[in-house]
Design a protein around this ligand. Sequence first.
Ligand code: GDP
Ligand code: MG
Length: 391
Amino acid sequence: MISLFGSRMSLGDDAGIVGSYGVVGSFPKDFDYGPDDHDMENGAVPPDNRPRILLMGLRRSGKSSIQKVVFHKMSPNETLFLESTNKVVKSDVNSTSFVQFQIWDFPGQIDFFDSTFDSETIFGGCGALVFVIDAQDDYMEALVRLNVTVSRAFKVNPNIKFEVFIHKVDGLSDDHKIETQRDIHQRATDDLADSGLDGVHLSFYLTSIYDHSIFEAFSKVVQKLIPQLGTLENLLDILISNSCIEKAFLFDVDSKIYIATDSSPVDMQSYELCCDMIDVVIDVSCIYGLKEDGEGTAYDSESSSVIRLNNGTILYLKEVNRHLALVCILREDSFDRQGLIDYNFLCFKKAIEEVFEVRQNSIAGSYSGGQRLSTDSFDSPKTNGAVSTKS
Ligand SMILES: Nc1nc2c(ncn2[C@@H]2O[C@H](COP(=O)(O)OP(=O)(O)O)[C@@H](O)[C@H]2O)c(=O)[nH]1
Ligand SMILES: [Mg+2]
């Protein structure tokens, strides 16, 4: 466990960075890091068994850009210089214990009727198919392609989640966005019905790499592939209702995808605020938190931060494990009971570790032919020892 000076910090009008080390609640020094420390070595899913997300769509619709921006920290402007993809590019995303999958970026011009296109293999192990449509272009051809792709994929694997990204909407006015989404939705579902596939469900998202919408959409795509989602949401609900927190996101720090949130509706602004907070914390930690020789990591078991906004809102970030962070939004007066929040957070963190352990065991079991453990016992978690603020 690395203990870093700068990665625990508090920003705000009443607490300068320098004076606050050790002020904001961090874990006791001997707090155990949990099972995550040895996750990748023994419990990780073999790469070929990871759920697969396919990125498809016409040439230049933005597939490679999406993958680069969301998972490789490329800045949106740099995507202007991306070369066109001419073969399937497979990349692994295994940054968090919960988010382990492969992304296959397809060239635009694949031919399903080509004998080298092995749809059994490609669609067989696929969890989600993301179809990208360029909203700034004429989308009629894209819709034809969407129909062919979905029909083909559904025949091979009816369990695929079909996700349609109406992309590059940064160039569209708000009214135009809504109208485009309505039109694409209507046409795509009509086309499917005409092909006798009324039962297939398509989800639509308005996305752009120039704002947070692409991260939000990808979060939702990834969440559908996490079997423990219901459990995580329950745990978050329990945490926020007992701690007077307004909104809580469980983030994959590296990609800024949120893998779960409580059941209250998500508004884009809150999500953006939390993303920005992660950026600030990691940036400050990179600059002031690493040792002289650059040793250590910017995010570790002591990472924690409080940011007070001028509208009486507080952003509170806590480390959950080496890849996940909890970011909460709460009112300033609720933060008077920080001790209680921290205590409830520890209960939450422990519960997450348990969910994780069950998952590790079930993965180990399923690959060694042993008994599969079920996560059912976590589906309706009890209070997990959380203390209520309602006194
Ligand atoms: N305005 C805008 N341009 C985008 C967006 N996403 C990608 N692009 C641009 O679209 C072009 C094609 O992107 P690319 O990722 O190579 O498309 P691909 O062929 O589907 O992989 C590039 O010049 C990108 O900069 C977006 O959200 N908004
Ligand atoms: Mg490409």
